[in-house]
Design a protein around this ligand. Structure first.
Ligand code: ARG
Length: 270
């Protein structure tokens, strides 16, 4: 009898605790004075590593935007670099508070995280060896070629659906090579292990600038759904509202374009 009474009494208590940690912890974040950003810094001009007087730093227009967001929340920005396909789990486990990684807010991802508004739009692009520009001049010509795409990124599905013509874009395909880091895909391309890499077009352009043996395919590859939004753990409503408001202010001020231009230039002058 006694035990039951204790259980009943403590239930509401438990419930309110869970509500706090699983939900509105913006106040706690502000008190701690920092926000932890998760990103995959293999995606110039979005986010990439750069040596600045011997010291490695992560830069890019996503980082510039994240700094603005942190500034508007009044907290420090801490950056954690990881593989793209680990970002959603990192949000879920609380390892990071926020993700900006050129991430497209797909329906599928919306099931596990919450997204802000889209802050940038982009089309898809195909990175090739320069010598193959004539060989691969349309999507059809790539149908039998081994294509690289980042693991966990929408490009893996795009390669299967739009290039290989598959219905099921989830199943593995022996002609679509999926790796965790874009830089490794680029290496495989340079070494002749794969024939093309699907990435957002501005990223293809950035890698082509750094690698004279590479070029962006002359293939129109529009993507109506393509765009980037910031993500937070599902249910962190106060954080989502604050980040979205801060992001909205940055977008409305027109600053994003400048950040993109700056990051593009930085990515070229490495
Ligand atoms: N926009 C694509 C996606 O959401 C690719 C993003 C890859 N980003 C990165 N930082 N590597 O799947």
């Amino acid at each position: 009898m006694k035990r039951f009474a204790w259980l009943l009494l403590s239930l509401p208590l438990f419930a309110s605790c869970a509500g706090k940690t699983g939900g509105d912890d913006l106040a706690a974040l502000k008190k701690a004075g920092k926000i932890v950003l998760g990103t995959s810094a293999d995606y110039p001009p979005y986010e990439f590593h750069r040596l600045d007087q011997g010291a490695d730093s992560i830069v890019g227009f996503d980082i510039a935007i994240a700094k603005e967001i942190a500034g508007k929340l009044g907290v420090e920005l801490e950056i954690k670099d990881m593989k793209f396909d680990g970002l959603l789990a990192a949000l879920d486990s609380g390892n990071v508070d926020l993700v900006l990684a050129g991430m497209t807010p797909t329906e599928e991802r919306r099931k596990s995280v919450d997204f802000t508004r889209v802050y940038y739009r982009a089309d898809q692009g195909i990175l090739l060896r320069k010598a193959d520009l004539g060989k691969y001049a349309n999507l059809e010509s790539l149908k039998g070629a081994v294509i690289g795409a980042q693991k966990g990124a929408i490009q893996a599905g795009i390669a299967k659906k739009r290039i290989k013509g598959l219905e099921d874009d989830k199943a593995e395909h022996r002609e679509v090579k999926e790796l965790g880091k874009v830089a490794d895909l680029v290496l495989e391309l340079k070494n002749g292990k794969i024939e093309a890499v699907v990435v957002e077009k501005n990223v293809a352009a950035a890698y082509a600038k750094r690698n004279p043996d590479l070029a962006v395919a002359d293939i129109g590859f529009p993507d109506e759904e393509g765009g980037s939004a910031a993500a937070v753990k599902k249910g962190r409503q106060a954080l989502l509202a604050a980040v979205d408001a801060a992001l909205g202010a940055v977008v409305d001020s027109g600053a994003v374009e400048g950040f993109v231009a700056e990051a593009t230039l930085l990515a070229e002058t490495e």
